[in-house]
Ligand binder design. Sequence first.
Ligand SMILES: Nc1ncnc2c1ncn2[C@@H]1O[C@H](COP(=O)(O)OP(=O)(O)OP(=O)(O)O)[C@@H](O)[C@H]1O
Ligand SMILES: [Mg+2]
Length: 157
Amino acid sequence: MGADSLAYLLGRGAPRAPDRTALEVWGRALGAVLTRPVVITLEGDLGAGKTTLVRAICEGLGVVSADAVTSPTYSLIQQYEAPHGGVVHADLYRLRSDAELALLGWDELVDTASVLLVEWPDRAVNTLPPETIQLRLAHDPEHADRRLLRIHAPTRR
Ligand SMILES: Nc1ncnc2c1ncn2[C@@H]1O[C@H](COP(=O)(O)OP(=O)(O)OP(=O)(O)O)[C@@H](O)[C@H]1O
Ligand SMILES: [Mg+2]
């Protein structure tokens, strides 16, 4: 547990072109070693697997009803309970303006959330802390059932 295994999972321990099962296994392992507070962004096209990965991370965090982790249709933000505190899941795909972000109390959420997982973070990119862990998923042009995973994470000691 802790920083060593986190650094490993974000580095050599990350799968480069996982199928769904491998992505979920990795996501659960990541969720289990996250140190709080943490912000994770998930980028990628529609259907790239962002919500699938959020759900796996939530399982790793111990969110009880992790199968309820979906992309909410009406609310941009969902909160889940986990043993070590709350998890905030934002999907900003439907965000229309910076004003809407302000209305959500976004800046305070970023400051106070223990775990913040953000799909479509480009809508709020200037509001996120420099130590954000950035995950990017892309369809694998050669394998319909695989996704290319790219990670940009701050170096941790
Ligand atoms: N290797 C894979 N990793 C993740 N999902 C996969 C993979 N292969 C197939 N899939 C399928 O792709 C879909 C990914 O959907 P998901 O909702 O996670 O994507 P998303 O990036 O959140 O999309 P959106 O931008 O619409 O919210 C799921 O139906 C999943 O079963
Ligand atoms: Mg999604």
